[in-house]
Design a protein around this ligand. Structure first.
Ligand SMILES: Cc1cc2nc3c(=O)[nH]c(=O)nc-3n(C[C@H](O)[C@H](O)[C@H](O)COP(=O)(O)OP(=O)(O)OC[C@H]3O[C@@H](n4cnc5c(N)ncnc54)[C@H](O)[C@@H]3O)c2cc1C
Length: 472
């Protein structure tokens, strides 16, 4: 059990994060949100029991590069920027604790591909696949190079197609992809049942490069690696104001950073900082995980080989299995996804709504694995996704002085890309974007999302009437 001072520190930091992220000055609401944050612990974070957050920033400092946000994007940017510029002062500011956001609360699927480019021409398709596949490879090498204590597996994932027509179309896609060097494989319904005993599915696409990873372990294990290179990490340090200029000033609750360049690594939280409010919105998504299942229980369930699966629905369902036997399940219906009024980034649905979402999700899971009904659920959490209208991520640099870098809006597909984003941003920061210039999501534009209250009303009407996501 955490000691009282540790508990108090954590609670204060969570309160601070809520304050900064949502600029919500009403004490009662902050208190309620803080309590929810305390209960909202993912399976991934529970596997970092000895993690001790770094102290908050309590003074005014200068920096060459200041990164806002301690998830995959922020940590990977700090890693690659400090590798390029060992003598520059790099500072990372995290509102709560490292991996507090989606990076520590996701479904764990380490996937290929970038959302929003399904109709891309073959050369772009091949390039996107090559980039993300290399990204997975690089991530696994990084874990090995630094001997990071991170649970991951890379034995492939499948996308299940739930109608004969969609399965046939997927089969044709696989053949087209194989012709341009993408090594996916089509599994017919019989092969699918043999490899992953799902009851629901007319075929599947197997991607051998992909897998599953514990994001909280990864982000938190990177902290000492960064510190050994001189990166300064401040947790419990929400940025409450950004003043751009040749020198940007970031104001936190107790300190200030004057930096030549800054990075917005705040994904779904970015709107709360005043940036990209018309480009990205936070969507809240539920996940649950079982207790560690013994091999026999996994076998009875029918989970044989792969790291995970997702399906082809608009509101996708996905599940993955950790090496130590936790089945992680997320998504599945409108109940599993929530958009809150005015960019709010703390899920305010309360415990009853979260339980309702879980019941719905368990029902969906049991369509795939009928024996999952009696599984003991040990973890349930909510995380904040950053969604763009056309589902394309945004990576680039902006501002009058071209010193505000950003990588956001991965639309639920950021485990690979947000880790790769650090490499891209470090190159942009050093003025060498030659490696990434041909990628359509670097310096790309975006479709505007209507302002509130039209956004909230539009979302509710569209999703309730159609049961679909607000995508183009
Ligand atoms: C429920 C869920 C399931 C998902 N499942 C998958 C999956 O299976 N596969 C996949 O590829 N992707 C998945 N994703 C998406 C993926 O996790 C994200 O795209 C990725 O983690 C984004 O990383 P990030 O570092 O950009 O953002 P985040 O991890 O959200 O980090 C942003 C950080 O910024 C901090 N912050 C915010 N505001 C401030 C401020 N003002 N000052 C200082 N710090 C601030 C936050 O506390 C947070 O730690 C999922 C996401 C969710 C929520």
């Amino acid at each position: 059990m955490a000691s009282l001072p540790t508990k108090l520190t954590t609670q204060l930091m969570n309160g601070g994060a809520a304050l900064a992220n949502y600029a919500w000055p009403v004490a009662g609401r902050v208190f309620r949100e803080r309590l929810e944050l305390d209960q909202n612990q993912s399976l991934w974070a529970s596997k970092t029991p000895n993690y001790r957050p770094r102290p908050a920033l309590t003074k005014t400092i200068t920096a060459d590069l200041a990164i806002i946000g301690g998830g995959f994007t922020g940590v990977s940017t700090a890693y690659y920027a400090s590798q390029r510029f060992p003598n520059r002062r790099i500072v990372l500011l995290e509102a709560a604790t490292l991996a507090n956001g989606a990076s520590g609360r996701n479904g764990g699927m380490m996937l290929n591909w970038v959302n929003g480019f399904d109709d891309a021409p073959p050369d772009v398709t091949a390039r996107i696949y090559q980039v993300t596949s290399k990204g997975i490879e690089t991530l696994c090498q990084l874990i090995e190079r630094h001997a990071l204590p991170v649970d991951f597996r890379r034995d492939g994932t499948v996308t299940i197609y739930t109608s004969t027509e969609r399965a046939e179309a997927a089969h044709a896609h696989v053949e087209a992809h194989n012709a341009i060097g993408i090594p996916t494989r089509f599994l017919n319904a019989t092969e699918l049942r043999r490899q992953l005993a799902v009851e629901h599915g007319c075929g599947a696409v197997f991607d051998p490069d992909t897998g599953q990873i514990n994001g909280a372990q990864l982000v938190r294990a990177m902290a000492p690696v960064l510190e050994a290179r001189g990166v300064e990490i401040y947790e419990g340090s929400p940025v409450v104001r950004v003043a751009e200029g040749r020198r940007c000033v970031l104001t936190t609750l107790q300190g200030e950073v004057h930096a030549d360049a800054i990075v917005l690594a705040t994904n779904g939280y970015t709107g709360a900082l005043g940036y990209f409010r018309d480009a990205i919105f936070p969507l809240h998504s539920h996940v649950f995980a079982t207790r560690s299942l013994p091999m026999e229980a996994q076998r009875q369930l029918g989970w044989h080989r792969f790291a995970g699966f997702s399906d082809d629905f608009d509101r996708i369902s996905y599940a993955s299995m950790t090496r130590d036997g936790h089945l992680v399940f997320g998504g599945g219906s409108n109940h599993a996804y929530h958009y809150l009024f005015n960019n709010r980034t703390v899920y305010s649905g309360g415990a009853a709504a979260a339980r309702h979402a879980q019941v719905e999700m368990e029902r969906t899971l049991s369509r795939y694995f009928p024996r999952s009904r009696s599984l003991p659920i040990a973890h349930r959490w909510v995380g904040t996704l950053g969604i763009t209208f056309d589902r394309r991520p945004l990576i680039g640099v902006r501002g009058e002085h071209r010193n505000v870098y950003y990588a956001i809006g991965y639309c639920g597909h950021g485990v690979t890309l947000a880790n790769l984003a650090g490499e891209i941003l470090a190159d942009l920061y050093c003025g060498d974007e030659s490696r990434w210039r041909d990628l359509p999501f670097v310096h790309g534009g975006f479709h505007r999302i209507p302002p509130e209250p039209f956004r909230w009303i539009g979302y509710q009407v569209f999703t309730r009437l159609t049961g679909k996501s607000p995508r183009l």
